[in-house]
Write a protein that binds this ligand. Sequence first.
Ligand SMILES: [Zn+2]
Length: 146
Amino acid sequence: MTGRLMDKASLHPARARYITLWDGKTALGWDHHGTPVFRFKWAPGGLATRRQLKAMRMCPGGHEPYALLVWRNGQRWAYLYRLDLAKPSRVPSPAQLNALDKAMEARRRCKLCGQVTTYCIPTSDGRCVECMTGDYRNTTPNSYAA
Ligand SMILES: [Zn+2]
């Protein structure tokens, strides 16, 4: 998210006021059409950006952002979400990951010579580049087989 949200004057510290939060606490910030706006160092605890939530393996859980975080005089900003409303994001289980690995490996295994390539083999053909180019050279690709 880029773009100027609020101008420098409206974010002036003298225009800041104490905003009552969802938990009854107060924090110094600005009001932007009913949405609390906080500066980086002034942002109260219990709020996190989407990026911070992701780092904690959380997601907003369908909740609207509670506040806005601004820095660089309002040139940069991000939504802030309530941590108490955030939900754990769906993380694939080890079994699912293993299945995914296997599926990926299957997509990289040549049908002809059986080697596992570093790239994805086109499903229409199913052969690795060596086997495909081997066609043109009229060599036997089976020599690659282990
Ligand atoms: Zn091959």
